[in-house]
Write a protein that binds this ligand. Sequence first.
Ligand code: PXP
Length: 237
Amino acid sequence: MVKLGVNIDHVATIREARKTFEPDPVQAAVLCEKAGADGIVCHLRKDRRHINDDDLNELKKSVTTRLNMEMSTDEEIVRIACRVKPHQATLVPENRQEVTTEGGLDVAGNFDRIKEVVGRLSSEGIDVSLFIDPEKEQVESSVKTRAKIVEFHTGRYAEKFNAKGAYQKELEAIEAMVKFGIEEGLLVSAGHGLNYFNTKPVAGIKDIYELNIGHSIISKSVFTGITNAVKQMKELI
Ligand code: PXP
């Protein structure tokens, strides 16, 4: 069965809108797990715009499924990850001006640094995933870094689907790269921009390991509560 990782960053985004103590992303993580989430995802950004260091420490203590920390290869953040030791670290590109992660990592173009960070995290017992576009060159470079997992950026697919455009080509590209990644010995996940309308075709891709979904689940939870929002997404995938 396809696993669901719930990204709880935007619970912290609401808290940071007032720089106060609520809503608490750690409490959100507990409720997501109770509702059936297979893992909790959070992104410790360099600018700490949502999740902060205390959140990460508390999540490490309280998450009972798997904690997947999204992170850049920035040295300060790498050191924090090596100290906190989440179950998984997902390396993502990060740029201060972006509203959200805009594209996949260029593993081929930043190979030496990415390989070094994969090695350091792996030696701490952390499973490492690389967030990449569904492109053969990126999968091949990812294999060479010795990462165990790749997560395909589904943003282009999601945008086309949402705009009622021709999304089939994007879906086929993801499908083909999932197959290729598995043949290369990787676990293959996907995420970004997935919602209650566009997730089903991606969840239907053969042997896909996990979907990581944040914004849409937290958005729905404003109206239905986080427990219902997670349960609905679990049922859907
Ligand atoms: N996967 C990765 C690697 C991400 O960076 C993000 C966004 O933080 C997600 C999944 C979730 O994306 P969304 O919030 O659009 O569901």
